[in-house]
Each structure stands twice: as structure tokens, then as C-alpha cells.
Design a protein around this ligand. Structure first.
Ligand SMILES: Nc1ncnc2c1ncn2[C@@H]1O[C@H](COP(=O)(O)OP(=O)(O)OP(=O)(O)O)[C@@H](O)[C@H]1O
Ligand SMILES: [Mg+2]
Length: 268
């Protein structure tokens, strides 16, 4: 942990329930200045994990959601016109390097190819960020860390990370928490008592078992929390389940009917 970081009371950290040794791995990576790649399905806790770890390590966090128009300049910065003058404005990656912060690039496989050119010298032992347009070369301080994530479920051949990029990162695979961990997470986030969350988690796991056959992706922890939140606020469970656990998964009427059937059988 950096000397400047004040210890943060656990109660003010973004809530994150560890599912394995991912917190220790993150701390080791941070201490040894190694970049980290998180893989996992949508809504399984990747973003929450990074927010939790950044707070725990006392570092500011810059999060960028990557998309297919995202260029290297969006990360590093650009000259802007301001009242007749041209002024340089740091992008989030540059700011994180200058401040010794954590930079989190979400869905990194979506970013344009020129982004990898920027990431490569920053993620090997050089740890530098050359800014061609200003002529500067920034050296990343001890406290800078790069974290990227993507969802291998959506990955296609065109969008895979190149080996020369992925082999610059430590990697950790995320999945949905096991039932005994997911129940307190959903109860804690929604306020619905654990006893009423138990059947919802059972249903989620029955629906997750259909992944790959009828469904592209299993129902997320995020959707389970939505469902429990609706029930907690007074909605009938059948209605909440349909709105939060069935409809978001598919547009196909036959598959939807099948999912509703699974819900009936699972919930009895
Ligand atoms: N281990 C966990 N501890 C605490 N909360 C969790 C955990 N896992 C999931 N959650 C809850 O699930 C929600 C969704 O998680 P999050 O947004 O981090 O998913 P994600 O993996 O980043 O998804 P995406 O790939 O779609 O961005 C969070 O808002 C949080 O409430
Ligand atoms: Mg996320």
C-alpha cells in the first residue's frame, strides 16, 4: 500500500463479497506493478470488484467503457480549442498515469486497434506512456495500475485480444458466485430477507444451466438483485421474476415459454 494512502474503514468501502482469492491476487498485482485482466460474464461483479479494490488500496479510479469508436486519443488526450487557444487535455489513461491511479478499461476487446499500441509499452517492464502529440513520455509511478476486463462469452474471432496483448496481463476468471455466497449478496443489495432470496437464486442457477443451449448468457447477479428489489418493494414474485429474470434473457417466444416453465417447476 502506498505511504500516502490513508487506511479506509471497511464500512465505507464499496461492498464486495470475495468469491475466491481475487482480492489477494489484485493486491499482489498492485504491489508488483503488474497489469490485471478480468474475464467473466455480464453482471457477475467485475466492476464492483475493481471499485472495492481501488478504495481498499486508497487509489483514485478512472473507468473507461470501451466501444468500437474508442481511439487511443480518447485515452491519452487531445488538443482542444479554448477561447482561441489550443490547450492539451489529458485523457483518463494519462491522468491515471500522472496521478498514480488505477485505470480500468471495461470491455477492452471493443476498443480500436490503435489502443493496443498505447497499452503495450505501459504493460511491460518499460511502464511508459509516450504522448506523441505533446512529445512527452510519461513513466508510470509505483501506484499506477492498469486493469482491463472483457466477457469471453461475446468474444468472436475478430474481437479476440492478440496473444501479445493478453500475455502482458495477469488474468483472473470470474463467474457467478456460488449459491451460499450469492444469497447474502442479493439480500444485502436488495434488502429482501435471505429466506426469500433462496428460491430466486435456485431459479437463477436452473436458468444458468440452460446457457449454451437456448441462452447466450446466464442470468446475472445484477438481474437477481433487480428481481429481489422489485419483490421487496411489494411486486408479486411472479411478475418480478418475469420482468427481471425471464424477459431480459430472450426475445424468442418459444424460449421464453420454456424459461417460464423452468420457473414454475423450480419454484413449485
Ligand atoms: N461478489 C460481489 N459482491 C458484492 N456485490 C456483487 C458481487 N457480485 C455481484 N455483485 C452485485 O452485482 C451487480 C453487478 O455487478 P457488476 O456491475 O460489478 O458486474 P460486471 O461483472 O461489471 O458486469 P458487466 O460485464 O455487465 O459490466 C453489482 O452492482 C453488485 O450489486
Ligand atoms: Mg462492469
Amino acid at each position: 500500500m502506498p505511504d500516502s494512502a490513508m487506511p479506509i474503514p471497511p464500512s465505507s468501502l464499496p461492498y464486495y463479497q470475495p468469491v475466491a482469492d481475487e482480492c489477494a491476487l489484485f493486491e499482489h498485482a498492485f504491489r508488483h506493478r503488474l497489469p490485471l485482466l478480468l474475464k467473466g460474464p455480464t453482471g457477475c461483479g467485475k466492476t464492483r470488484f475493481v471499485a472495492h479494490m481501488a478504495a481498499r488500496l486508497g487509489r483514485p479510479l478512472y473507468t473507461v467503457s470501451c466501444h468500437d469508436d474508442l481511439t487511443a486519443a480518447d485515452l491519452t488526450g487531445r488538443y482542444l480549442l479554448k477561447g482561441g487557444d489550443t490547450v492539451w487535455a489529458d485523457g483518463p489513461l494519462t491522468r491515471a498515469v500522472r496521478e498514480g491511479a488505477i485505470c480500468y478499461l471495461d470491455e477492452v476487446v471493443e476498443a480500436r486497434k490503435d489502443v493496443t499500441v498505447v497499452l503495450h509499452p505501459l504493460t511491460d517492464d518499460r511502464r511508459i506512456l509516450p504522448l506523441d502529440r505533446t512529445g512527452e513520455t510519461l513513466e508510470a509511478p509505483q501506484d499506477f495500475m492498469l486493469v482491463v476486463s472483457y466477457n469471453p462469452g461475446y468474444q468472436n474471432v475478430l474481437k479476440a485480444l492478440k496473444p501479445s496483448t493478453r500475455q502482458r496481463f495477469l488474468a483472473v476468471e470470474f463467474d457467478f458466485p456460488k449459491a451460499d455466497q450469492e444469497i447474502p449478496i442479493v439480500a444485502g443489495e436488495s434488502g429482501l430477507p435471505e429466506a426469500r432470496v433462496v428460491p430466486l437464486v435456485r431459479l437463477a442457477n436452473a436458468l444458468r444451466a440452460l446457457k449454451g443451449q437456448d441462452l447466450e448468457e446466464g442470468v446475472s447477479t445484477r438481474l437477481l438483485i433487480y428481481c429481489a428489489t422489485l419483490i421487496r418493494s411489494g411486486m408479486k414474485p411472479e411478475r418480478a421474476i418475469r420482468a427481471a429474470l425471464i424477459e431480459p434473457l430472450t426475445d424468442d417466444p418459444d424460449i421464453r415459454a420454456g424459461l417460464l416453465r423452468v420457473a414454475e417447476i423450480t419454484l413449485g
